[in-house]
Design a protein around this ligand. Structure first.
Ligand code: TYD
Length: 136
């Protein structure tokens, strides 16, 4: 499976009308897991690189609900960059995939849906440790 197939870009339906747009994301339907946690990142600027980790247990969907950012994704084999620039698009990140978030626009609000509650111990923050674990 290619990295783009492992980390598909998802498009959500826009139920908007003349009053404005409305995007609905239901756990287990538009995204492939039940949502246990939501967090969002804003006020990061174009020089900041966030993430720089892989998760042993968590799956995520990242959505720029305002502004834009880029997600650099690696699996130890391939590398892809996905630009998130529409409130109705997201990218799915499965377990054990390395990700960096960067090039945030000033108005970027990056919404993250996660399949788990937070547990700092399931994060791998050292790229060499990550490579060791995926190759073992
Ligand atoms: P961090 O993982 O460094 O953020 P990012 O992935 O965007 O680079 O998290 C920053 C801090 O917030 C860190 O101290 C851990 C804490 N945190 C939580 O307590 N709960 C959470 O769900 C998340 C994502 C982070």
């Amino acid at each position: 499976m290619t990295l783009r197939e492992k980390c598909p870009v998802l498009y959500f339906s826009d139920l908007g009308d003349e009053r404005g747009k409305l995007v609905v994301i239901e756990g287990g339907q538009a995204i492939p897991f039940e949502i246990k946690r939501v967090f969002y990142i804003y006020d990061s600027d174009s020089a900041v690189v966030r993430g720089q980790h892989a998760n042993r247990e968590s799956e995520f969907v990242l959505i720029n609900v305002a502004g834009k950012s880029k997600v650099r994704i690696k699996d130890g084999n391939e590398e892809i960059v996905v630009e998130l620039n529409k409130p109705m698009m997201g990218v799915y990140i499965p377990k054990m995939i390395w990700k960096d978030m960067c090039e945030f626009s000033k108005d970027s609000v990056l919404l993250v849906l996660a399949s788990t509650h937070y547990d700092g111990n399931e994060y791998i923050r050292d790229y060499y440790e990550y490579l060791k674990e995926i190759n073992s």
